[in-house]
Design a protein around this ligand. Structure first.
Ligand SMILES: Nc1ncnc2c1ncn2[C@@H]1O[C@H](COP(=O)(O)OP(=O)(O)OP(=O)(O)O)[C@@H](O)[C@H]1O
Ligand SMILES: [Mg+2]
Length: 435
């Protein structure tokens, strides 16, 4: 067959690079995307320096991973780097290093040692715009890059330096108190974010364990599930096999009911577990891709945030085989739950919400109990009926009797029990004190 007549239309480097700055990162998620690269490179230590110096303020992210050769660094700086991706790989698009960096800075410099020598290369937005070419340059040595080299030490590793932080200063003057406080605040926000999204790596739940240091301070992992608290309840794990198009993968659900304030081992732990967005907005699904948290806070459209559900936190894990099904975005900040999975999740999520609501009511005491309702998903009529029964039983002080009745229903009328969302408790299920 004759090849169709064609014309090659190369994109404008200047226009495209500028547009890609707005792909959706904020400062903490941009830093996290670089830490993804360090983790993928096998780093055990990532050191982040967020340094205020007026217009010369800079961010440095150094790791002791496998590093890169000169060719490797050039390829890494290509928009759409070429490399194969294995299962569990945190990378996917070949874009993160460039898009995350340029979303915050006009200049990105990579210093890396994969073998004996350190290679230094720079991608500068101003140069790309001036020449309208995808240019990578070798910058002249200076004291900043000397310091970055020192951070590399003698072994393999990579340092990424962000300079000309125009997006961070948002058209304000980079000198003065406001700018200084902004940089300090960003360092705090980045620390909080990294302590959460990489908590499994920091805890050593994933091998190799990674240490992350921000401005000299080693991050303490923030695990949302208060697993060390004796009063935390965990419902039995649920697993779902999901096939979407040609891809099959596993989704795992771990449901927790955290203790109310008075059942925490100490007040400071209760405050700490409140999290960056505080209890109410930290409820809901925590969605992990390859052990790295990508989305949290709220129920991903399965139900609304509700004060009475603030003790419910649920880990949802999916494998990278399901990337397409979950529609992971370039910034690794957002996913969409596949429709098929939404239906599968309805009942287990409803169950944890009921139990969390109950734990909340018990802790709140009898005066508030009769005002409280769990919002059932509108599509589950049985769930609404069950709630109405529970509320009515509570109003007349017969909750214990209703519990007995509901316990017997699956044996006597299994169909009605199923339509109410009841099921026979499996062995090892949650302690009845939460139900
Ligand atoms: N810290 C690092 N250590 C070693 N290699 C790195 C490092 N950072 C980047 N690389 C290399 O550069 C390539 C490009 O990184 P980039 O973040 O742009 O894309 P990616 O990680 O492959 O995919 P994604 O766009 O999903 O992040 C990586 O595939 C990796 O080979
Ligand atoms: Mg990456």
């Amino acid at each position: 067959m004759r090849e169709p007549r064609h014309t090659t239309i190369a994109p404008s480097a200047a226009r495209l690079t500028e547009s890609l700055r707005d792909i959706g990162y904020d400062f903490p998620s941009a830093v996290a995307d670089l830490v993804d690269n360090s983790v993928t490179a096998g780093a055990t230590r990532v050191e982040i320096v967020i340094e205020y110096a007026g217009a010369d303020s800079r961010i440095m992210i150094a790791d002791d991973g496998c590093g890169m050769t000169a060719n490797g660094v050039n390829e890494a700086l290509r928009f759409g780097s070429r490399r194969p991706y294995g299962a569990g790989d945190l990378g996917r698009y070949g874009l993160g290093l460039k898009t995350a960096s340029l979303s915050q800075a006009r200049s990105l410099t990579v210093l890396s040692r994969g073998g004996k020598r350190v290679t230094t290369r720079q991608l500068s937005l101003d140069t790309i715009i001036e020449f309208d070419e995808w240019l990578v340059i070798e910058p002249a040595p200076n004291s900043v890059y000397d310091r970055a080299k020192e951070m590399l030490g003698e072994g393999t590793g990579t340092v990424v330096v962000w300079e000309k932080l125009d997006r961070i200063f948002q058209e304000q003057k980079p000198e003065g108190g406001w700018a200084r406080r902004r940089v300090e605040k960003l360092a705090e926000r980045a620390s909080e974010h990294l302590a959460l999204v990489f908590h499994r790596f920091l805890e050593g739940e994933v091998v190799p364990k990674v240490e992350i240091v921000v401005n000299g301070e080693k991050l303490r992992p923030w695990n949302p599930f208060a697993q060390d608290e004796p009063a935390t309840k965990r419902l039995p794990r649920q697993q779902f096999e999901l096939t979407v198009g040609d891809n099959t993968g596993t989704v795992t659900l771990d449901r927790y009911i955290l203790p109310p304030r008075n059942a925490f081992s100490c007040q400071s732990e209760f405050e700490r577990l409140s999290g960056p967005r505080k209890w109410n907005r930290q409820q809901g699904l925590y969605i992990y891709r390859a052990d790295r948290l990508v989305q949290w806070g709220g129920w991903a459209g399965l139900r609304g945030i509700d004060e009475h559900l603030k003790l419910a936190r649920v880990a949802l894990d999916f494998s990278t085989d399901l990337d397409a099904a979950f529609n992971i975005n370039v910034a690794k900040m957002r996913v969409g739950i596949p429709t098929q999975l939404r239906q599968m999740l309805e009942r287990p999520i409803h169950e944890v919400c009921l139990r969390a609501d109950d734990a909340y009511r018990r802790a709140a005491g009898p005066r508030t109990t009769d005002k409280v309702r769990v919002k059932a998903p509108t599509s589950v009529d049985g769930g609404v009926t069950l709630l109405a029964l529970r509320a009515a039983a509570m109003a007349v002080g017969e909750s214990a009797a209703l519990r007995k009745i509901l316990g017997e229903l699956p044996n006597l009328s299994p169909d009605i029990a199923t339509s109410l969302g009841l099921h026979a408790p499996a062995s090892g299920e949650v302690d009845e004190s939460v139900a």
